[in-house]
Design a protein around this ligand. Sequence first.
Ligand code: ADQ
Length: 489
Amino acid sequence: GVDGCERPPKQRLLVVANRLPVSAVRRDEDSWQLEMSVGGLVSALVGVKEFDARWIGWAGVNVPDKIGQKALTAALAEKRCIPVFLDEDIVHQYYNGYCNNILWPLFHYLALPQEDRLATTRSFQSQFNAYKKANQMFADVVNEHYEEGDIVWCHDYHLMFLPKYLKKYNSRMKVGWFLHTPFPSSEIHRMLPSRSELLGSVLAADLVGFHTYDYARHFVSACTRILGLEGTPEGVEDQGKLTRVAAFPIGIDSERFIRALELPQVQDHMEELKERFAGRKVILGVDRLDTIKGIPQKILAFEEFLEENPEWRDKVVLLQIAVPTRTDVPEYQKLTSQVHEIVGRINGRFGTLTAVPIHHLDRSLDFHALCALYAVTDVALVTSLRDGMNLVSYEFVACQASKKGVLILSEFAGAAQSLGAGALLVNPWNITEVAASIGYALNMPADEREKRHNHNFRHVTTHTSQEWAATFMSELNDTIVEAQLRTRQ
Ligand code: ADQ
């Protein structure tokens, strides 16, 4: 530095998640084109400047040949990313199978696959074995790149065995694990054939984090009821060893959204949208096309609203932007056609020669288009049946400083705990209630809208993703110090 003092070296952080924050496209045998994707996690960690972070994860492509693997590894190194190579069979059984067909639905309170689905997929046990094998492959790569003093931060339901495997390699490794989905009631978790092994492996971490206090409490009671361990206000204790369990609600990089609204291309886009929907109020839904997001329920509620309020029929439009994900999983293909069918029916019923009430897009929007859309929206409609947090609701609030629109938010989204005071909370299963809330939102007086918006805007701009990551990391560092003190006593 200027004063001649050396800055202390930054603490190294290894972030481990199923997917790397880049998408890789192969150009030829030994060259790859990489694009950094932006998401909550990426911007959270970019914002935490005091750490020297590296990413470890799957690049999302099958690279069977050594030449390709070597070239991709080299290209990724420039982005501070380290790949885990998974072959097609593992991806099918670990990712499509155990992660997305078993854990994901169960953690969102949806039933385990019924017999007909079990018969068509490969057996539960072989999917579970692939899950463990994949976790071991992640652990191997982490271990290979680990240096004494590193912090290892594991993410999500894909990697529940990772804390245990890492500690087996090195019991002094500092390991944190964060779950982005809900953790369900212990009565739901109990149904999993591998319930105990999964809990025990997560408990090997030093710090276990969830979005909400409820999820943390569910996890602790699963550990007490299923494993017979002791739950304390601090976490879970097993023979004197404490695993700290706590809530760390995630946020967004709100500044990035607020700044984007100033850009000329975003403002042009807003003008276009305003012109396109002049004379109509805009209701917006933005979701990954996933059963947990309650998209059919949302559209049916909108239909009921139109049915009950004929005077609104040509004055309102629902824009539903639903980016398809996990298209290899049959459940998701079924959902797509179900949504298309409902949208088609409602547009046939209430559309005119010049306008339809629902615009449904099966694709993602780029960041600037998304910001413009959030900014011109009158009512955002989030009807998740369950959702760990739901960042779309945060993004909408961040973009509404001038319009002060209304957020209708499912009480089953983690975000209901943080944005509940400003939003209209609904039970998405109660279509009549959601329809009534749409009416209430569209007619809400400006002063009530402003009060509600200000409340949420303050929350979204103070509880950012950067703050989330920094808090988790400092808590993880603290647990290590506490553990050292305890062993010295
Ligand atoms: P998701 O289930 O993906 O995340 P969410 O938190 O809403 O849900 O984040 C979705 C992200 O994708 C947002 O940043 C949104 O802008 C973007 N997105 C979604 N649809 C899009 C579209 N059509 N076009 C463009 N962008 C789109 C999981 C959990 C959540 C939890 C997060 C973070 O399921 O509950 O909040 O992780 O922990």
